[in-house]
Design a binder for this molecule. Structure first.
Ligand code: NAP
Length: 325
């Protein structure tokens, strides 16, 4: 039997990949999406999206369910539980994508594998790494496990602020620590956070200029070693759990040696057309160099990469052409 050659294989079924698939499937291109887990990626762990234009408020899983339905209705095929391990450019220009037990070939590929939680890298983080033992990277998922308890949340970005506000709905007390005295998060979120911390009898405390140097306990978290980076004062701070929100790392290990990556592992591309170093391989979303790491921009990337496919099909030499001005 002849092997199916897809028009496009999309690696990753998060917002970027699903947006790309919407456009390719509406263009009647034979589209296969390969997803390591289930569609959605990081956005599945968000219970409140209120910066996606046109939608006042929605949770991640609902949005993803709708996006998924939309692409499947237009004919895209989604294979969940398919972890891509390797890609290979063939002499005829096609690209073979290898999964654990399977391989498939396409005329072009859109890489949209997203990003994962960055680790703090302190003693105890690995040892207590599940919500039962006390270390978590997802407040949306694990906050209910800490009802009435005292938790420490770490970070100063949008995720840290949003997730800390969510955790405060469940926990008896939340101590948020940030390594500086100014938040990276959007002003509107910081205002909400400070308003919550300033409420009379608030269960939210913020400690600035503070880092965690160890997570400690016996079988489960019992305290965090805190250090004030200005005074160098250290203390063992009692708590039942630690939520770590210190940013994201691109999921690109499997691409080493195939496409060019930056030192931090982001996929190099030209930002106008999202072409990578390998002809026929586009990139979209959080995993690319220069990504704004937003839902709306990931979706925009997916759409752009899908539209650029046609330029490549029309003329593969277009890959090397400079960006039109
Ligand atoms: P982020 O914006 O990179 O913020 C990471 C935070 O962790 C920063 O405050 C950083 O401190 C701190 N940090 C990093 N390494 C640390 C360490 N080793 N020890 C202590 N603190 C450390 O990451 P994010 O909040 O996960 O967000 C990722 C992207 O998604 C961002 O572009 C963000 O805007 C976006 N996002 C948007 C929304 C939204 O718009 N609603 C929601 C979630 C995420 P410094 O500030 O000192 O560097």
């Amino acid at each position: 039997m002849n092997e199916i050659v897809y028009d496009v294989i999309i690696v990753g079924a998060g917002p970027a990949g699903l947006a790309a698939a919407l456009y390719t499937s509406r263009d009647r291109l034979k589209t296969l999406m390969l997803e390591k887990l289930a569609p959605g990626g990081q956005i599945n762990t968000t219970d409140r999206i209120e910066n996606y234009p046109g939608i006042e408020r929605i949770d991640g899983p609902t949005l993803i369910e709708q996006m998924q339905k939309q692409v499947v209705n237009f004919g895209a095929e989604i294979k969940s539980g398919s972890e891509v391990t390797k890609l290979e450019k063939l002499k005829n220009g096609n690209i073979t994508v290898y999964c654990d037990k399977d391989k498939c070939t396409a005329r072009a590929v859109i890489l949209a594998p997203g990003s994962s939680y960055r680790k703090l890298g302190v003693p105890g983080e690995e040892e207590f790494r599940n919500a039962g033992a006390g270390v978590s990277y997802c407040g949306t998922c694990d906050a209910p496990f800490f009802k009435g308890k005292h938790v420490v949340s770490i970070g100063g970005g949008n995720t840290a602020v949003e997730e800390t506000l969510h955790i405060a709905k469940y926990a008896g007390k939340v101590t948020m620590i940030h390594r500086r005295d100014e938040f990276r998060a959007s002003k509107v979120l910081v205002e909400e956070l400070l308003a919550k911390a300033n409420e009379p009898k608030s269960n939210l405390i913020i400690k600035y200029n503070t880092i965690a140097t160890a997570i400690q306990g016996k079988d489960k978290v019992q305290s965090v070693r805190l250090k004030n980076v200005k005074s160098n004062k250290e203390e063992d701070y009692s708590c039942d759990g630690v939520f770590i929100f210190v940013g994201m790392e691109p999921n690109t290990d499997f691409l080493k040696g195939f496409v060019e990556l930056t030192k931090r592992g982001f996929i190099k591309c030209d930002c106008a057309y999202l072409r990578t170093s390998v002809p026929g391989v586009f990139v979209a979303g959080d995993c690319r160099a220069g990504a704004a790491m937003q839902l709306a921009t990931a979706v925009g990337d997916g759409v752009l990469a899908a539209m650029m496919l046609k330029e490549y099909y029309r003329n593969p030499a277009w890959w090397k052409e400079p960006v039109k001005t």
